[in-house]
Design a protein around this ligand. Sequence first.
Ligand SMILES: [Zn+2]
Length: 230
Amino acid sequence: MRVVVLTGAGISAESGVPTFRDADGLWEGHRVEDVATPEAFERDPDTVHRFYDARRAHLSTVEPNAAHRALAGLERDGRHRLLVVTQNVDDLHERAGSRDVVHMHGELLSARCLACDGRFRSDAPLVDRPRCPGCGERALRPDIVWFGELPYELDRIQSALERADLFVSIGTSGAVYPAAGFVSAARAYGARTVELNLEPSHGTDLFHDARHGPAGTVVPSWAAGLTPTG
Ligand SMILES: [Zn+2]
């Protein structure tokens, strides 16, 4: 089977990665519009850099959980063709062993150059304004898709949805587009659809099947039950 897995904040939250959905829409005291928009970066780049520098540094204190490992195991197993499309900007899927991962909202461990538009692996604090490895300018920004910007690799995601036999949504609220529309697209192209989430999402009725509970429990149990195709 061709399987497209969409993952969101819920899967990383169980590893201790904070999200905007904690408490009252604040992320460690910051409002979304103060750190996750192009306007915020223009207005106050130091605050935005420090925010993502701190998020990046925090990655070294968290580990992939059983849900990340179950997805990596499914890919490694090789019976199914798995593509993980994640809304998360951490590297927990990769550290669990997943290789085919699309970061539609960018990555903390990547920087983008505003001068040459290159994207580079980087774990350096960007508030120090390191030089771009490509053009030498000090014009790097976090390689994060902010509100109002276009997610990465939508064409590749769309064509994967067109060919998918199974679409699985894990730990996402179903409220943020375009990802919230993937389930309808996958269904329209004939895929079976499954929701694995802590609680029923906004779009839970759009799925053929749903299992609700912590990702670290429901994902491994779902993966174990995925039978080989004939
Ligand atoms: Zn550059």
